[in-house]
Write a protein that binds this ligand. Structure first.
Ligand code: FCB
Length: 452
């Protein structure tokens, strides 16, 4: 455990203070942030100036983001729905390619658009949590080599400075980069995301280094404009474990994978990572059970995922093949606590059309979150992924993560029963220790009683 005073944990927000225990429920700190997360390209629509749009236009995928959820125009009514569901926080990302569609050319109307989006949240009592980069980059930036280009950090810093000057006054919580390791893996290792360069290990390393430096630069810029901002990055934190703990090979593959996915990016932040982290955003979805496999360099080093059922309790997987493992959320929160700064769950959710599974997923993860808070882990908030069904990258519109269903022909939103579970947590600032069976109907009845 690091020395908290020495690591800058003096910045710990009052929101993360410990809470009294209750026999019936897990209680959360006052001012705990409850809400949902989104990302610009996945919801706004018509993000024509970024690399993903170009990727889609090149016909590399069976689908296109197109109008997405038309959230760019519909944000007021979407936030009204979030408010009616009791949310007091909302994570969104800014689309760099809108703000700087050509190098050094700033579109002030887009900056004003985001100022209005943030004002719309504030007007509803919803705390904005703003991401500067969520996977998409301006097409011009990507054409010049994207995150591998030597000037990538300076270019991102120029964008961050512009944004900080205009928006930092209204936004306290910032996430600089979303999931650097996931981005680098898909872009340069598996190569299924733009710029689609499978096996480009050197580029992967360079891009990850630049993303880490971009975080540091943005952290400093935001603090120079507004000293009391809380700046972090959104880290994808799978719970990684060995398939056969008695096997040295499995253990070492799991260790290597865990290092690459959960440690490396923090090492790249410098000798004292927390010097540039006021909190850490934790995106948690799944457990990865790893076994070693001779084959390619990748599988030898990092193993492959075992989906078999020989690890004790029966396992279940989402339709995307991600293992549902709620205790992992408590584990990863405990693990990242060692950095000595508060944590925020900045994504957690399930893609399914089966509402019973979604309810069970949310309930079990809220339990794990409650246990983590009771363990004394300083957690600032919980943001479900995602507010509404969206354009889910290579899965297109098939992966339905939303608290609200979206009919993409009519753009109609329908609140799903699971949203009521989160609504209850938001309203009570607590989670029952043993959620009732058939909780959706119980919650529906409950929320009717509260006039929603
Ligand atoms: C995360 C991404 C988010 C969404 C969810 C399902 O890795 O940050 O945009 O795709 O997964």
């Amino acid at each position: 455990m690091l020395d908290r005073a020495a690591t800058g944990a003096a910045r710990t927000a009052p929101e993360a203070a410990p809470v009294e225990q209750d026999r019936e429920c897990y209680r959360f700190p006052s001012r705990f942030l409850w809400g949902a997360a989104t990302a610009s390209h996945q919801v706004e629509g018509n993000n024509r100036h970024n690399d993903w749009w170009q990727f889609e236009e090149a016909g590399r995928l069976p689908h296109r983001s197109g109008q997405a959820c038309r959230h760019y125009e519909r944000y007021e009514s979407d936030f009204e729905l979030a408010r009616s569901l009791g949310h007091n926080a909302h994570r969104l990302s800014l689309e760099w390619s809108r703000i700087e569609p050509e190098p050094g050319v700033w579109d002030e109307t887009e900056l004003e658009h985001y100022a209005s989006v943030i004002a719309a949240l504030r007007a509803r009592g919803i705390e904005p949590v703003v991401t500067l980069h969520h996977f998409t980059s301006p097409a011009w930036f990507a054409r010049g080599g994207g995150w591998t280009r030597p000037d990538s950090v300076a270019l991102f810093a120029r964008y961050a400075a512009r944004v900080a000057q205009r928006l930092a006054g209204e936004v306290r919580f910032w996430l600089t980069i979303n999931e650097p390791t996931v981005y680098v893996k898909h872009a340069y290792v598996t190569g299924d995301w733009p710029p689609c360069r499978p096996g480009a290990w050197g580029s992967a390393a360079r891009a990850l280094l630049h993303l880490s430096r971009a975080h540091v630069a943005a952290y400093r810029l935001l603090h120079s404009v507004r000293p009391d901002v809380m700046v972090g990055l959104a880290h994808s934190a799978p719970f990684v474990t060995a398939c056969n703990p008695a096997s040295w090979l499995d253990r070492s593959a799991a260790r290597m994978r865990d290092f690459a996915l959960n440690d490396l990016v923090f090492r790249l932040l410098g000798v004292r990572p927390v010097a540039t982290l006021d909190f850490i955003g934790i995106n948690y979805y799944a457990r990865q059970v790893v076994r070693s496999r001779f084959g390619s360099v990748r599988t030898m080093l990092f193993g492959t995922e075992c989906h078999e059922d020989h690890h004790g309790a029966p396992r279940s997987f989402t339709p995307m093949g991600w293992e549902i493992y709620a205790p992992g959320l408590r584990q990863v929160l405990r693990r990242f606590q060692r950095y000595g700064v508060p944590l925020m769950v900045t994504e957690n959710g399930i893609a399914t059309t089966d509402e019973t599974s979604r309810e069970a997923y949310l309930n079990s993860h809220l339990q794990a979150l409650g246990q983590a808070v009771e363990d004394g882990i300083p957690v600032l908030g919980y943001l479900y992924w995602t507010l509404m069904d969206n354009y889910e990258w290579t899965e297109g519109r098939d992966a339905r993560f939303g608290l609200m269903a979206v009919d993409f022909d009519t753009q109609e939103r329908t609140v799903r029963p699971t949203a009521r579970i989160l609504q209850k947590a938001c309203r009570d600032n607590s989670v029952d220790r043993e959620p009732l069976a058939g909780v959706s109907s119980a919650c529906r009845a409950h929320s009717r009683a509260y006039g929603r």
